[in-house]
Design a binder for this molecule. Sequence first.
Ligand SMILES: [Zn+2]
Length: 84
Amino acid sequence: MPFVQVKCINCGTVLQVDGAKGAAVCAHCGKPEEFVIYDSVLVEYRGASTVTKVVVPKTVRAIGAGVFRDRSGLVGVTIPNSAR
Ligand SMILES: [Zn+2]
């Protein structure tokens, strides 16, 4: 995977990270990133397995196939209007 855009769900800072290197840590607030966004497509979700509700960032225009596969703990995914 090439460099991808990752948006911090905590403070909104957008970072460019090497997609092959796992979740980045936000340089602004120090929280680990959960969303891997490439060319406005959510390609990977890296949140903790204990997460039950996900709010997809507004910068996302499409959600890749299988992004939330194997996330049986999730009870809700909020999708922005931009991806509907
Ligand atoms: Zn942050």
